[in-house]
Ligand binder design. Structure first.
Ligand SMILES: [Zn+2]
Ligand SMILES: [Zn+2]
Length: 236
């Protein structure tokens, strides 16, 4: 059996050589900007992948279970290769900046949780950052010049934080988990009202007259910046 070239070969070389700067640049292209939490996601992902030592071709060899949907999760997706689209990213809506990365073949896993004092310690390392962060991000105020200054500073911190020892940023646990089931391929049906195709388990109505959840005015789950909630179309 020959080795297929796959899309993540370059990333895996970076993981093995602990090229955090290179991984952060890739994460920036995905996330859209640099910030300390995308940097933490990159570091957590690199540590977990180097520890588990299992290439991931996006076929669920590795699963990443994230407990938040924020900047951190984008660093995780880029480095681990477990994404929203390849079903290897599992979301536990707990609101903790944490990830468990697991090797499916034996359930070997690493969980990294950002330390509760991380933010305080980080701002202590960069004393000029906090007032600007308060003004720009928390109060959503500040002039365009403040914004510009903030962006530069935030990027610089993201890069510098790559050098902070991992143990100062994370609580690290090695564990074994039962990996989640593989993603399933479902049959499709056509909505009898709008004619759009959907996965059979999402249909409502009778088997003879299936409806999508929009036409059937049924509840469904919505993932937003607020987390997962159950909604129906009239609430959007
Ligand atoms: Zn960010
Ligand atoms: Zn429909």
């Amino acid at each position: 059996m020959h080795d297929h070239a796959h899309g993540r070969r370059a990333i895996e070389a970076m993981i093995r050589s602990a090229d955090l700067g290179g991984l952060l640049r890739l994460a920036e292209t995905f996330h859209g900007h640099l910030c300390p939490f995308v940097s933490l996601g990159v570091k957590a992902g690199q540590y977990a992948m180097a520890t588990l030592d299992r290439p991931n071709t996006g076929m669920e060899e590795i699963v990443a279970i994230v407990e938040c949907n924020n900047c951190f999760t984008d660093g995780i997706q880029v480095v681990t290769g477990c994404t929203f689209g390849n079903n290897a990213l599992i979301f536990r809506d707990l609101g903790k900046t944490a990830v468990t990365v697991s090797r499916r073949e034996d359930g070997q896993a690493v969980r990294l949780l950002v330390r509760p004092d991380y933010r305080e310690q980080m701002f202590a390392r960069y004393p000029t950052a906090e007032p600007l962060f308060q003004k720009i991000v928390v109060q959503r105020q500040g002039t365009p010049e403040d914004w510009h200054r903030f962006e530069h500073m935030w990027e610089a911190i993201a890069r510098r934080e790559l050098q902070t020892p991992l143990e100062e940023q994370f609580v690290i646990q090695h564990l074994r988990i039962d990996p989640p089931e593989y993603a399933r391929i479902y049959d499709s049906v056509l909505c009898s009202r709008c004619g759009e195709q959907l996965m059979a388990p999402r249909a409502v109505g009778s088997p003879a007259q299936p409806l999508c959840r929009v036409c059937g005015q049924a509840h469904y789950y919505l993932l937003t910046g607020q987390g997962i909630s159950e909604v129906n179309e009239t609430q959007l």
